[in-house]
Design a protein around this ligand. Structure first.
Ligand code: TYD
Ligand code: MG
Length: 406
């Protein structure tokens, strides 16, 4: 043990140890809070095959181009396999050093000489310490190996990025057991058979959480999507009932999402309620509000709800949009295409204000939306309304009148 540092005045504590390491992959940098902090420990989790190795090889290349040596430790794929991937990605230009190894003691002994500013460990489940009895991938191995890399990072060493596999079932010996240990936890999500991938910060000691980066998986690896709202709304059918657009905040960024509803008469037994991308209980609650407060007799109908593009919405700000989509489908009357709907809905059918309304409307305005149905409570805080038609609503009933012309 070294000598204990005396307590320091908080205001005098110096900032993060040096400049953040940035890439030209803006989405990656932003999710990290503006780049990789030297000496930090980062966990990148995701299901097998989602694109973690692809992303990190690209990041390794971009970092190597700017900061020199990046060490990529591959515990799962052989050196040849990694090279083939790098060739496909066109990332054979920079100074990426490859080590196909799994013995952490040996790896750490070898790192000293190279002294890279960034080390990528793909994956933490493949690593093992020979002194431990347990098998690689077990909780104790994963935890101990990660602790060694933490030590490496914190002793004035490189930024270390650990890759961790998560399975659908939640997975015990993976990222979950490491979340408290690392500085930053990022998850790469998406449907394997759909092109886009979302990189989400769920913990970040150096930036805001819930920040997301959106990528598209293409032939040459992951490409950033610079205008995700436009991409997500691109295939929205025009003039069809059962669709509404809401603006949700993902981290610091507003994102426009389409809520779709299908309402059809129940043919047998109890009516079905299904929702993908939305909280199931929340949608039941909103359905009940529509029945009781707006007088829609939904009891004999099946209701299917979906967020287009495989996205998920967890914000109550989307409540009113969900209500409008259901009512639109039920009445078979489309919502005008350039209408954005915002508002949290309470059990009395009242519409409550949402946070950061200006930023949401700005994003909608940028994408050509012109009619805004917003909570009356937000109106007073709206500085300007520009060339937009802004309607303030107090209740679900009012919103249906304005949104569907009922
Ligand atoms: P990979 O990075 O190996 O996933 P993980 O490390 O998370 O297990 O990604 C594998 C998938 O990505 C594979 O199914 C093929 C696809 N892919 C592309 O579509 N384009 C590419 O350029 C590359 C390298 C992979
Ligand atoms: Mg991989």
């Amino acid at each position: 043990m070294g000598r204990q540092e005396p307590p320091a005045l908080l205001a005098r504590v110096t900032d993060i140890g040096g400049e953040r390491l940035v890439t030209s992959l803006g989405e990656w940098d932003r999710v990290l809070g503006g780049g990789l902090v030297p000496g930090s420990l980062i966990l990148v989790g995701g299901e097998p095959g989602i694109g973690k190795s692809t992303l990190l090889l690209q990041v390794a290349d971009l970092l190597a181009a700017r900061y020199g040596r990046v060490l990529y430790i591959s515990g799962e794929e052989s050196a040849v396999q990694v090279r083939l991937r790098a060739q496909r990605l066109g990332t054979l230009t920079g100074e990426i050093y490859l080590l196909a190894a799994t013995d952490v003691e040996a790896i750490l002994a070898g790192i000293e000489e190279l002294a890279p500013p960034v080390v990528i460990v793909d994956s933490i489940q493949a690593m093992f310490l020979p002194t431990l009895q347990a098998a690689p991938g077990s909780v104790s191995q994963v935890r101990e190996c990660a602790a060694r890399f933490l030590h490496l990072a914190k002793e004035g060493g490189p930024a270390v990025i650990l890759v961790g596999h998560v399975t659908k079932e939640g997975f015990l010996a993976g990222p979950r057991v490491l979340e408290h240990l690392v500085d930053t936890v990022l998850y790469l999500e998406g449907e394997r058979y759909q092109a886009y991938r979302i990189l989400r910060a769920v913990k970040n000691r150096f930036g805001s959480t819930n920040e997301i980066g959106i990528f598209e998986m293409a032939g040459g690896g992951l490409r950033e999507v610079l205008n995700p709202s436009a991409m997500l709304l691109a295939e929205r059918p025009a003039g069809v009932a059962g669709s509404s657009v809401v603006a949700c905040l993902e981290g610091t960024r507003p994102l426009l999402l389409e809520v779709q509803a299908l309402v059809s008469p129940t043919t047998f037994g109890n009516p079905r309620r299904l929702s993908t991308g939305l909280d199931y209980n929340r949608t039941l609650l909103l359905t009940a509000v529509l029945e009781k407060r707006a007088g829609l007799h939904l009891g004999g109908y099946d209701i299917y709800l979906n967020v287009a593009g495989g996205m998920t919405i967890s914000e109550p700000a989307a409540d009113l949009g969900i209500c409008l989509a259901i009512a639109s489908a039920f009445k078979d009357r489309p919502v005008e295409a350039r209408t954005l709907v915002l508002g949290e809905v309470g059990l009395a059918g009242e519409v409550r204000s949402v946070t950061q309304i200006e930023r949401r409307l700005e994003e909608a305005g940028r994408l050509g939306f012109r009619r805004f149905l917003i909570p009356a409570g937000n109106r007073s805080r709206l500085i300007s309304q520009g060339e937009y038609e802004v309607y303030d609503v107090r209740s679900v009933v009012e919103a249906l009148e304005m949104g569907l012309g009922t």
